[in-house]
Design a binder for this molecule. Structure first.
Ligand code: GCB
Length: 584
């Protein structure tokens, strides 16, 4: 699927603005107007906008409605309605008729609506739900209590829902470019680009041109040939360089479709417990992050994204993980432009039925892989993420899950299939990882052999060895040695480590929750990482405090492990972190 753009052959309309919104109570007829709706902004989650606790926490169905006008000359074109993401699942109605539905809250989908619209005023309605269960990703336990759905999410971030990303209507002619993937091979300085282009409709000629950042043509050809960039300017971490592939499709001498896609050229290799980008070893400095901001909830807040990446850059960060779902396409495009290195994560978070079984003597106990059935949705989300993101030079690794029960019986078989599927889908065959949970240490984990890079979420000094940093260092060291012994050639990246810290809380004894403890916690962890050359990265948890479901340790409804507060005020750790990273 292509990112919607206006070109010489395509029009584009953005449906951002105020929409009608209503929680579903009883049956709604999609052919009639919503009664007593309220207005909410799109794109954004509805939850915090409505300022009503009951609606904010509603689990179930809700409706959105807007109208749009189609000029006469547009009604004869091919009209496509594109959704950046609707969280979690939705049905789309145009003029009262169902045009399609989508499952999954973090990837784009689109429907051709030409036969449902008319010149003049049209009605658009979405029936959305935020329902998760044992078959979905993210995963949740769902039950019905007194006729109400009760949902216990198996993750801590708030399940912000609604039309979280932009809705756009674009048109094409009846002949159109349906999809483009930019495959390339680079040897020394020369890049051979072999684009995979899908065109529907009648055409007799395709003209491809590659332009550099100065708008100079560097290669050209047709859709069957290979395009050679003779002197390649590589995309480098924090030194991005983007080419543009322009595709013009002609029929009987007329230009019928035109589309331009950006791409970067770089190589990735994992070897000798290191990760190489363009044959240079790359050490990850950065963060786990969330799409989470005031009023927008989990909805796209582009100025916030720009600000966050600039803050990260100013601190010497070079990377982030899209914990725990694919982020907005706009964010990925920005990462390409800024040279951020991204671990792109599918929303497979919470594939862990019960933490209680961890205490069982039988290390492989637990029935996650028997009782949960996420494979179908997991694969669908993976396919959508890889299709959307595989041409982003910033994406250097796929994360196939966050903290699944990888120590439980059945994990290896489940993930063997997921890994094979991801490798098959990605033309670049990028490295993959499965982000590991503490309960599945090197002795218990069953999936480490399947991944290219070992990614660990570790909380020594917080959830384990709370307040005892010497013990934390000893335990961390012991665990690291075991991982390295088991997989000597695999690099290890810490994709999470952190301590809840209340901004402004100080402690003369440097106790947990104080800003002083956060400084000591990170110092203690860094001291161990620096001892082992197979540790190839540190991504702190989290960039900023974020909103969670209520919980005893979620003070004020937030996870406080941010090194910034939710409104981006720095905690004490920021200065020393900056010194460490800018020096490295
Ligand atoms: C984790 C999860 C992350 C949580 C974090 C925490 O391991 O991956 O989503 O927010 O722990 O702070 O508890």
């Amino acid at each position: 699927m292509l990112y919607p753009k206006q070109t010489v052959t395509r029009t584009l309309e953005d449906f951002s603005g105020l929409w009608k919104f209503k929680v579903e109570k009883g049956k709604v007829d999609p052919a009639t107007q919503l009664t007593n709706p309220q207005l909410v902004a799109v794109p954004a989650s509805f939850n915090d906008q409505v300022f009503n606790k009951k609606v904010r926490n509603h689990v179930g169905y809700f409706w959105y409605e807007t109208t749009f006008n189609i000029p006469n000359e547009q009604a004869v074109k091919r009209n496509v309605l594109h959704f950046g993401a609707v969280t979690q699942n939705c049905e789309v109605y145009v003029n009262g008729q169902l045009v399609g539905s989508h499952i999954g809250g973090y990837t784009p989908f689109e429907f051709e609506i030409s036969s449902y619209i008319k010149a003049g005023r049209n009605d658009l309605k979405l029936r959305v739900n935020n329902l998760l269960d044992n078959t979905t990703i993210p995963s949740a336990h769902q039950e019905s209590v007194d006729g109400h759905i009760k949902q216990q999410n198996r993750f801590d971030f708030f399940n912000y829902a609604g039309i979280n990303r932009p809705v756009k209507l674009y048109t094409t002619a009846l002949t159109y470019i349906d999809d483009v993937h930019i495959n390339y091979k680079v040897t020394d300085n020369q890049t051979t680009v072999s684009p995979a282009i899908k065109i529907n409709g009648d055409y007799d000629r395709v003209q491809l041109t590659i332009l550099d950042e100065d708008d100079q043509e560097v290669a050209s050809g047709n859709e069957h040939g290979q395009l050679i960039i003779a002197a390649t300017h590589r995309w480098q971490p924090l030194a991005a360089y983007l080419y543009r592939l322009n595709i013009n499709v002609y029929n009987k001498g007329n230009l019928v479709d035109s589309y331009t896609k950006e791409f970067g050229v770089r190589t990735i290799k994992v070897k000798d417990h290191q990760i190489f980008i363009n044959d240079q070893p790359f050490y990850f400095q950065g963060f786990g992050w969330h799409e989470d901001s005031l009023a927008h909830g989990g909805g796209l807040n582009l100025p916030q994204v720009v600000m966050d990446l600039n803050i990260m850059k100013s601190m010497g960060a070079n990377s982030f993980r899209t914990s725990h779902y694919p982020y907005a396409e706009e964010t990925m495009r920005l990462a390409d432009h800024l040279g951020f290195v991204v671990i792109d994560e599918v929303p497979a978070v919470g594939l862990y039925e019960s933490f209680a079984v961890t205490l069982d003597n039988n290390v492989h106990a637990g029935k996650t892989w028997e009782d949960l059935h996420p494979a179908k949705n997991h694969k669908a989300a993976l396919a959508e993420m890889i299709d959307r993101d595989c041409d982003h030079p910033s994406v250097i690794m796929w994360s196939l899950a966050n903290e699944p029960a990888s120590q439980e019986k059945g994990a290896h078989e489940y993930f063997r299939r997921i890994v094979e599927y991801a490798k098959k889908l990605d033309p670049q065959r990028r490295p993959v990882t499965i982000v590991n949970i503490m309960a599945a240490d090197a002795d218990k984990d069953l999936v480490g052999d399947l991944v290219d890079v070992i990614c660990l979420n570790r909380y020594y000094g917080w959830y384990i060895d709370f307040g005892d940093l010497s013990k934390a260092q000893a335990d961390l060291t012991a665990e690291l040695k075991k991982w390295h012994q088991k997989f000597p050639d695999k690099p290890i990246i810490f994709t999470e480590f952190g301590a809840d810290t209340i901004a402004g809380m100080h402690s003369a004894q440097r106790e947990p929750y104080s800003e002083e403890y956060q400084v000591d916690y990170y110092k203690a962890n860094f001291a161990i990482f620096d001892k082992f050359d197979f540790v190839q990265g540190e991504q702190l948890w989290n960039f900023a405090d974020f909103v969670t479901e209520p919980g005893m340790i979620r003070i004020g409804g937030e996870n406080r492990k941010g090194i910034f507060t939710r409104n981006r005020l720095p905690k004490e750790i920021v200065q020393s972190l900056k010194q460490r990273w800018l020096k490295k």
